[in-house]
Design a protein around this ligand. Structure first.
Ligand code: FEO
Length: 170
C-alpha cells in the first residue's frame, strides 16, 4: 500500500517520463527533418522507451493501491542547433532524471516503503545505462568532429548504437 507522499512522488515521476518521451520525440522529428536519419531513428526509439518507463510506473502505482495519473505535458523545444546539441541536451536531461530517481529512492527508503524502493532499482540501473549511452555517443563525436563527412559518419553510427549496446549486453 502506497502512502500519499510516495504516491504523489511516483506520479510526479510519471509526468517526468512522459515529458522525456515528448522531448525525445521532438528531437527525433527535428533530426528526421534535418536529414539525420540515423539519429532520428535512435531518438524515436528513446522516445518509445520513455513511454515504457512511464507506463511501468503508472501500472506499479495502480497495482499498489494508488492511482497513476496522466499529467499535462509542457511543450518541449522543437528546434535544435546540431546533432551534438541534440545529444548534449539528451544527456543533460538524463542527468536530471537520474537526480529525480535518486531522490525518489531516498524518499522510499526513509519512509520504509521497501516495495517501492525495490521497484525503483530497475530505474537506477536504467539511468546508469542511459547516461553511459549518451556519454559514449558524445565521446565519439569528440573524436570524429561534426563537420562535413563527420556528421554523416556520426549519424550513421548513432543509428547503429542500440544494436551495438544490445550485443554488448548479451
Ligand atoms: Fe526514463 Fe531516460 O529516463
Amino acid at each position: 500500500m502506497l502512502s500519499k507522499k510516495i504516491e504523489t512522488a511516483l506520479n510526479d515521476q510519471i509526468a517526468k517520463e512522459a515529458y522525456a518521451s515528448n522531448y525525445y520525440l521532438a528531437m527525433a522529428s527535428w533530426c528526421e527533418k534535418s536529414g539525420l536519419r540515423g539519429t532520428a531513428s535512435f531518438m524515436y526509439e528513446q522516445s518509445e522507451e520513455e513511454l515504457e518507463h512511464m507506463m511501468k510506473l503508472l501500472r506499479y502505482v495502480n497495482s499498489t493501491g494508488g492511482h497513476g495519473l496522466v499529467a499535462e505535458i509542457p511543450q518541449p523545444p522543437n528546434t535544435f542547433k546540431s546533432i551534438s546539441h541534440v545529444i548534449e541536451l539528451a544527456l543533460e536531461h538524463e542527468l536530471a532524471v537520474t537526480k529525480s530517481i535518486n531522490k525518489l529512492v531516498e524518499l522510499c527508503f526513509n519512509e520504509k516503503d521497501y516495495s517501492s524502493f525495490n521497484f525503483l532499482q530497475w530505474y537506477v540501473t536504467e539511468q546508469h545505462e542511459e547516461e553511459h549511452l549518451f556519454n559514449s555517443i558524445l565521446d565519439l563525436i569528440k573524436i570524429t568532429g561534426t563537420d562535413g563527412r563527420g556528421v554523416y559518419f556520426i549519424d550513421n553510427e548513432i543509428g547503429k548504437f542500440r544494436e551495438k549496446e544490445g550485443a554488448e549486453k548479451s
